[in-house]
Design a protein around this ligand. Structure first.
Ligand SMILES: Nc1ncnc2c1ncn2[C@@H]1O[C@H](COP(=O)(O)OP(=O)(O)OP(=O)(O)O)[C@@H](O)[C@H]1O
Length: 964
């Protein structure tokens, strides 16, 4: 372990560009350093800190923070701190305590190593360069973080993730229809933000029964290891360290909403824990109305206020009404959504804009109405010239003008930047749903029940829809499962569908439990059970029992909690043992099977008792809304409007035979009207902005091409990497390999278990074999391997013999690899504009740079290894010529700096100026753009320019070339 003393100067091996750090404090297990050049404070575990002591020796030249330099003659150590004595440039004798060293001073380690004979095998040099190149390429790629997860590359998801992930502190509502991949989208955004260090601390809040699924999805798809926080975990953290805030002991935390809502102390701790990103799944649970704000809503509201980024997920944003929807948007941006009435009024204006966008996209000549709408937008600043180009009839310019106008309109109108919603209709390619309606006779015993409760108020509706409930109270004489014909029907149907997986959903856990029991006793069927009365572990076991293809149960019986979030698309049969009153809940239930990955027609079985409220509801859903065979985006709005009449019909089944057909007809009409309005207005705009198909397709094509090229490249790289570190690699099966620690391995390879692991770089293989690791350029083991190469000194000094037609035998050349690095924090992302770009020079004694004719590949293919003993002899024999070559190479490298800085400046302007201009235009019409976001971009531009102006050149590696 290193010995640290406050005031000492150290350098980060993994982030050399941060310059010299100063030890601030030393704790028993940690050490904290301040890197003044980037104004960052970092705390490391002492045992494993990737730090090297910045200690200089006589003969070195050191630089003071005042700008003068000193040639060191002697070094004095006092209480662990060094003071350098020597001569300044002006000839004065001077002393320089290490605390006064220039923060950006670089260590010339490769040269030191060369002259002290620490020369590496040539393959290490080659590996180092390859790694360096790749790291630079990844740092500047907009796809890095979005394509390496174990997911199929699906256009609407990639589009959303790409739109959002790169934003500063994104605050959005992901509201794709059920099962289209909101979790995946959130995972992609998280992954991108974490990889690019835009976010470090993330809190995910989900309903209790989805905790495990989220943990598993984040781990197996994105390699993100979240820690599950419950009371036990919090207590354990407090016991192991007195006074600690448990939520601060981990960076990635997942917990359950009711835990936070019900435990004020824990909630306060979570609130204090300083998150960068908050993710809330099933956000429709956050109930809000002007008169009643739920505890859950209040919790998330406070967390969202304190956290810069927030992703809310819900498939049914309006499940609890438009007000609730507005309230959730308000959580994301209270300034933009201050007032519910204004929000509703704004929606009225979307229709003409949506119509104009539709015409622009269709490519047809503009109607007068659309043209007038577009003319109404010229005050936004930049639409007039586009409109002129469009109406001029010039084919050459009108196409791109159309495209740009669409962009402007979508950017500036509607909820486009805050809300994303993809629908099945837009995404396409989903299998059909087939309804099997099963009317069953009403048993005598139930008939009494109905007449007893029919005339009572709407509070009794659940009893009407689930009459068995009356028989579930203690002391009921007959078990309802013997009376209810749905049970016999279920048994018969399950027997028929013997080889199929069947999901049965029912409203309550009591009914679910009774059903499972009845199946077991009457028919010997062992069903998996899933309800809120079971522990989390029991539920997860049950879900796994059902999912197991070979030994599992073919039947899963869930209470309503099973209708949210779970992935059951491997089943094709769904039994709705009863029907929920809320259309969104019905959609959630069907969504368990109707989700991405469903490969067959979904059979929806609905048994209902004839001439009862059950049959009323069935007909209302089926004939009024068509909700079984299609998703029904308007379901909730229709329900709200017809609820009194529907309740009436449920409570008076046989009062008047005319009223139900009338209700159904009215429902159908209303539904059609609402669908039409939505289609023309709000939803149209939302659809256009949630996924612009051409862009999404182009992005996906690029991602797929990149991924395909990466696969072969990565495999080839990994062979070299593993070979260099002594990791053994062998074939496992087609596209799959095994790696394990080899006999030659000198240090542990991070992430590689003792007994090895199986991996594939092939996406389809990874998707089909979840037990294999999916290695991509984003996988932690690959990234840590690359970091190991770059943070170690290995490969920064080599000697090689080259036979090359362009070099006279006997010539000594020096290949120098320099890095031009800006000392900025990663938040400034100067790397995006000035990727840690290499400057490669190959100088001869006449100071001529041969870099272009002696390319790396031509040198690598023509080189032969030089024995280490011979290498040392060469260095000893040619010390002075080599020192001269080093000087020349640095001069040659410096000549290239202006060009690189210019390119970086250009890149800053290209990316940020455009973005800032766009934001300004947007704010004219769409206050969705937060002031904060705009300022962030402006600050970013300033900081990036500053960082780049202070970029320094550093020798990263050198290779002596002896021509033979
Ligand atoms: N890109 C993808 N690659 C592989 N599987 C995917 C992909 N997208 C979605 N899936 C699978 O499809 C199913 C639905 O995805 P997900 O759970 O993210 O949807 P959701 O919109 O969050 O669903 P819900 O509305 O039910 O919460 C999941 O089983 C998920 O693993």
């Amino acid at each position: 372990m290193h010995h640290f003393t406050p005031g000492q100067r150290w350098i980060s091996d993994t982030e050399l560009q941060m310059g010299l750090g100063t030890v601030l404090s030393v704790e028993p297990r940690t050490v904290t350093l301040l890197f003044l050049a980037t104004e960052e404070v970092r705390t490391y575990a002492r045992q494993t800190a990737p730090l090297s002591r910045a200690a200089f020796a006589p003969g070195d030249r050191v630089q003071s923070h005042e700008g003068w330099s000193l040639e060191v003659h002697s070094v004095i150590e006092r209480d662990g701190l060094l003071t350098y004595r020597g001569r300044r440039e002006n000839g004065d004798e001077a002393e320089l305590p290490e605390g006064e060293l220039d923060n950006l001073m670089q260590l010339n380690r490769p040269a030191d190593r060369l002259f002290t004979g620490q020369i590496d095998p040539d393959r290490w040099f080659v590996l180092r360069q390859r790694t360096r190149d790749k790291a630079a390429e990844l740092a500047s790629s907009d796809l890095h973080g979005l394509t390496g997860a174990r997911t199929s590359l699906i256009p609407h998801q990639l589009y959303i993730a790409h739109e959002i992930a790169d934003r500063y502190a994104p605050r959005v509502l992901l509201a794709d229809e059920v099962g289209l991949g909101k979790t995946i989208e959130a995972g992609l955004i998280l992954h991108y933000q974490l990889l690019s260090e835009r976010a470090r601390r993330v809190l995910i809040v989900v309903p209790e029964n989805l905790q495990h699924q989220w943990l598993v999805e984040m781990r197996r798809r994105f390699n993100l290891r979240f820690s599950l926080f419950d009371e036990g975990r919090c207590r354990a953290a407090e016991e192991s360290e007195n006074g600690v805030n448990p939520f601060q002991t981990e960076q990635l935390v997942l917990c359950d909403l009711s835990f936070l809502a019900e435990q004020p102390t824990r909630f306060e701790q979570a609130l204090e824990a300083d998150w960068d990103l908050l993710v809330v799944d099933e956000a429709h649970h956050l109930q809000w109305s002007p008169n009643a704000v739920s505890r859950e809503y209040r919790c998330i509201e406070q967390l969202a206020k304190r956290t810069t980024g927030a992703l809310l997920l819900t498939a049914t944003p309006e499940q609890l009404g438009k007000e609730g929807h507005f309230a959730r948007l308000r959580l994301l941006d209270p300034d933009r959504f201050p007032d519910f009435d204004r929000f509703v009024a704004e929606e009225q204006d979307y229709e003409p804009i949506a119509a104009a966008v539709g015409e622009l996209l269709a490519g047809t000549p503009l109607s007068e109405v659309a043209e007038a709408t577009l003319r109404g937008t010229v005050n936004e600043g930049d639409n007039q010239p586009l409109l002129d180009a469009l109406t001029s009839g010039d084919i050459g310019t009108s196409g791109s003008a159309r495209e740009e106008l669409v962009e402007h309109l979508l950017d500036r109108h509607g909820t486009g930047r805050v809300l994303f919603r993809n629908t099945r209709a837009a995404v396409k390619g989903f299998p059909a749903r087939q309804l099997h309606a099963i009317p069953l006779p009403l048993p005598e015993a139930y008939a009494e029940t109905f007449s007893a409760v029919q005339t009572t108020g709407s509070r009794e509706t659940p009893l009407l829809l689930c009459p068995e409930r009356l028989y579930q109270s203690e002391g009921a004489a007959t078990p309802w499962t013997r009376i209810d014909p749905r049970v016999q029907w279920l048994i018969a149907t399950l027997k028929q569908l013997r080889s199929e997986k069947v999901v049965v959903i029912t409203a309550t856990m009591e009914t679910a439990g009774d059903l499972a029991e009845a199946l077991r006793i009457t028919a010997g069927i062992q069903a998996a059970l899933f309800h809120e009365g079971m522990s989390l572990l029991e539920r997860d076991r049950s879900a796994a029992f059902f999912a197991d293809r070979e030994y599992g149960s073919p039947i899963l019986i869930c209470s309503e909690i099973g209708s949210e979030g779970r992935n059951l698309q491997f089943a094709h049969h769904l039994v709705l043992f009863d029907l929920p009153l809320n259309p969104d809940l019905l959609e959630q239930r069907i969504g368990r099977l109707d989700r991405i990955g469903q490969s067959e027609t979904i059979h929806i079985h609905v048994p209902y008792l004839e001439e009862t409220p059950q049959s009323v509801l069935f007909h209302w859903y089926h004939e009024g809304l068509g909700a079984f065979e299609h998703t029904c985006p308007t379901g909730h709005s229709v329900f709200v409007q017809v609820e009194p009449a529907l309740q009436e019909a449920l409570h008076n089944v046989d009062a008047d035979t005319e009223s139900l057909p009338a209700l159904i007809a009215a429902t159908r009409q209303l539904n059609e009207r609402l669908l039409d309005t939505l289609h023309r207005g709000r939803d149209r705009l939302l659809e256009y902005s949630s996924c612009r198909p051409q862009r999404a397709e182009a992005l996906t094509r690029r991602a797929r091409t990149d991924a395909a090229a990466s696969e072969a490249e990565l495999l080839n790289y990994l062979e070299e990497l593993f070979d260099a570190f002594g990791v053994e690699l062998e074939e496992h099966s087609e596209n799959a390999f095994i790696i394990r620690p080899g006999a030659q391995m000198q240090e542990p390879f991070p992430g590689l278990p003792e007994d090895g692991l199986t991996f594939t770089c092939h996406r389809a293989t990874a998707l089909a074999n979840e037990d294999m690791e999916f290695f991509t350029w984003e996988h932690p083991l690959v990234l840590r391997g690359m970091e190991m190469v770059l943070s170690s000194e290995r490969g920064n000094t080599a000697i090689t013999a080259v036979k090359h037609p362009k070099i006279t035998p006997g010539t000594l050349l020096l290949e120098g690899i320099y890095l031009l690095e800006s000392a900025s924090s990663r938040a400034v992302q100067s790397g995006r504009y000035l990727p840690p770009s290499r400057i490669r020079v190959v100088v001869d004694p006449q100071r001529v740079d041969h870099a272009s004719e002696l390319s790396e590949s031509s040198l690598n293919t023509n080189s032969t290894a030089v024995e280490s003993e011979t290498a040392r002899e060469i260095v000893n024999a040619y010390r002075q010529p080599l020192r001269d070559l080093l000087r020349h190479s640095e001069t040659a490298a410096r000549r290239r700096i202006p060009e690189l800085l210019e390119q970086a400046g250009h890149r800053i302007h290209q990316i940020l100026d455009r973005e800032i201009d766009r934001m300004h235009a947007l704010r004219q019409v769409n206050p969705n753009v937060r002031e904060e976001e705009l300022h962030y971009l402006e600050r970013q531009r300033e900081a990036a320019e500053k960082a780049i102006a202070s970029a320094v050149l550093r020798l990263d590696a050198q290779r002596v070339i002896v021509a033979t």
